[in-house]
Design a protein around this ligand. Structure first.
Ligand code: GUN
Ligand code: FE
Length: 436
C-alpha cells in the first residue's frame, strides 16, 4: 500500500536555490521510494501536516567517527596529532569491548536520527565485532549508513596497542568485515560497506596498496582523510613527495564517490584530479576550526564542479547536528572572504549562503555517495524530516515579514531536536513521537 505525506516542502535542488512546494502531497511506494510529489488540492493524504510544520529532505552526514561519540564536545585543546594520541586512540581502543561498543551505538544512532541525520558515513574502529555491531544498530534503529572498519597499521603513526598487526591482516580484516556486512539481513537495504584507511600517517604503503586493490576488486566505496591540516599535509609531502590526493591516487584510492574528509589544503591541481575521478570532499567546517589551520574553499570547490558533502567529523567537530555544521560552513566562508585581521583582506567570492550549505548537507552528500536521496522528488528515497515552526518552536515566524526565504534561513540556523517532530528513512518513520 503506498503511503502519502503532505505538507510544505523546503529543499535545495541546486546550491543556493531554495525550492518551496507549498502544501504538496508526497506519495511513497512500498519500497520507500517517492512515486509522486503534487499539489494537495483535492488529494486525500494519510498524514496531513499542519501549517506549523514543514518537510525537508533528511540530512546526510558524510563524515562521522562513531567510536568518538563518548568524547563529543570535549578534548579539543590539542593539535590533531596529540589529540589522536592522547584522547582518541585510547578511547577507540576500548571498542575491543563489544558490550561497551553496543552501548555507545545504542546512544549515538538514535541521537543522530533525532537531529535529523537520516544517513551517516561512519568510520568504526579497528575491531570487527564492534564494526558489525554498528551495522546492526543502524539496521535496528533504521538509519541509512555507510560503515567502514578502520585500517591503521603503520608502526610510527599508531600506538602498538591500537593497530593492525600487519598490512595483510588489514586487508583480510577489511574483506571479512565487508563480507560479514553484505551477508546480514537488511530488508530496507540501508547499510553499505566502506573501505577505510584512516589516513596516510597511520597506514603503511603496503596496506594502502592492498586497500586500492580491494576497492578495485569489490567495487566497495573508499573513505579516508585528505589534506586536513599543516602537520598531516607536510608529513605526506615528506614521506611520499606529493600531496595527499596524488598519493591516494597512486594507491588506487581516488575513485568514483571516494569520500575524502576535510580537503582544506587541496591545491587547484588536486581539485582537478578529484573531479576527473568523481571523488569528493566531506566538508567538516566545525572540526576544521580546531584542527585544519585553514578554511576549506567551499565556494571555489563547488564552482569548480568538485563533489562536496557536509560532515560533522564527530568528535573533531563538537556537535551532532548538521544544522550546526551548515551554520558553521556559512560562518567560516564569511571569515575566509572578509579576512581575519584589520587591514588584511580575505579571499573575494568565498562566501556561501544558507541554501548552499543546506545543499551540501542534502543533495551534495547524496551525489558524493551516489545515492538517490537529498531531495523529495519522484525516484528518490523518502528520507525526510518534519520541523515545527512558529509558536512554541525554536523557529519563530512573524507572518508579516517572514517569507519562505527568511523562514528557511531561520530553520537551518535554529533547528535542533526540540523542533524535529518526525524523521523518515526509506519511507519508514524512525522517530517515536508520532509513528505511522
Ligand atoms: N585524521 C586521522 N584520524 C582522524 C580523526 O579521528 N579525526 C580527524 N579530524 N582527523 C583524523
Ligand atoms: Fe575525521
Amino acid at each position: 500500500m503506498p503511503t502519502t505525506v503532505s505538507g510544505t516542502i523546503l529543499q535545495t535542488p541546486e546550491p543556493g536555490i531554495l525550492q518551496v512546494l507549498e502544501d504538496h502531497v508526497v506519495t511513497i511506494d512500498d519500497e520507500g521510494v517517492i512515486a509522486s510529489v503534487v499539489p494537495r488540492a483535492g488529494v486525500v493524504a494519510d498524514r496531513i501536516h499542519d501549517t506549523n510544520e514543514v518537510l525537508i529532505p533528511g540530512l546526510i552526514d558524510t563524515h562521522v567517527h562513531a567510536p568518538q561519540w563518548p568524547q563529543l564536545g570535549t578534548a579539543l585543546d590539542l593539535p590533531l596529532d596529540q589529540w589522536l594520541n592522547d584522547h582518541t586512540f585510547p578511547l577507540e581502543a576500548r571498542f575491543s569491548d563489544l558490550a561497551f561498543a553496543e552501548s555507545v551505538w545504542a546512544s549515538m544512532v538514535p541521537s543522530l536520527l533525532r537531529n535529523g541525520t537520516t544517513a551517516a558515513v561512519y568510520f568504526a574502529s579497528i575491531h570487527e565485532p564492534a564494526t558489525i555491531a554498528l551495522v546492526e544498530a543502524c539496521i535496528e534503529f533504521g538509519q541509512r549508513a555507510f560503515i567502514g572498519r578502520v585500517v591503521m597499521d603503520h608502526p610510527d603513526g599508531t600506538p602498538e596497542w591500537y593497530r593492525d598487526p600487519s598490512p595483510s591482516e588489514s586487508v583480510d580484516a577489511t574483506l571479512r568485515s565487508v563480507e560479514a556486512l553484505r551477508s546480514m539481513s537488511d530488508p530496507l537495504h540501508l547499510v553499505q560497506p566502506m573501505i577505510t584507511p584512516r589516513f596516510i600517517p597511520a597506514c603503511s604503503d603496503a596496506a594502502m596498496e592492498g586497500m586500492g586493490e580491494l576497492a578495485a576488486a569489490t567495487g566497495v566505496l573508499v573513505q579516508t582523510h585528505c589534506s586536513e591540516g599543516d602537520w598531516e599535509h607536510g608529513y605526506v609531502l615528506e614521506r611520499h613527495g606529493c600531496t595527499d590526493s596524488e598519493s591516494l591516487d597512486r594507491f588506487g584510492l581516488v575513485r568514483p564517490h571516494t569520500v575524502l574528509a576535510h580537503g582544506t589544503h587541496l591545491t587547484g591541481a588536486d581539485r582537478k584530479l578529484l573531479i576527473s575521478k568523481g571523488a569528493g570532499v566531506a566538508h567538516c567546517p566545525l572540526s576544521n576550526s580546531y584542527f585544519s589551520n585553514a578554511v576549506f574553499r567551499a565556494r571555489a570547490s563547488l564552482d569548480s564542479g568538485l563533489r562536496v558533502g557536509l560532515g560533522s567529523d564527530i568528535a573533531g567537530g563538537p556537535s551532532a547536528s548538521l544544522f550546526v555544521q551548515c551554520q558553521q560552513a556559512v560562518t567560516s566562508s564569511r571569515m575566509l572572504e572578509d579576512g581575519l585581521v584589520p587591514g588584511v583582506s580575505g579571499i573575494k567570492h568565498s562566501r556561501i549562503d544558507i541554501p548552499t550549505a543546506f545543499w551540501t548537507a542534502t543533495v551534495g552528500g547524496a551525489d558524493l555517495l551516489g545515492i538517490p536521496a537529498g531531495l523529495l522528488e519522484p525516484g528518490r528515497v523518502f528520507d525526510a524530516v518534519t520541523l515545527r515552526i512558529g509558536e512554541g518552536s525554536t523557529v519563530d515566524v512573524w507572518d508579516d515579514f517572514d517569507d519562505w526565504d527568511r523562514t528557511f534561513e531561520k530553520l537551518v540556523r535554529r533547528s535542533n531536536p526540540s523542533n524535529i517532530s518526525n524523521v523518515w528513512v526509506q519511507g519508514k518513520c524512525v522517530t517515536n513521537q508520532d509513528p505511522t
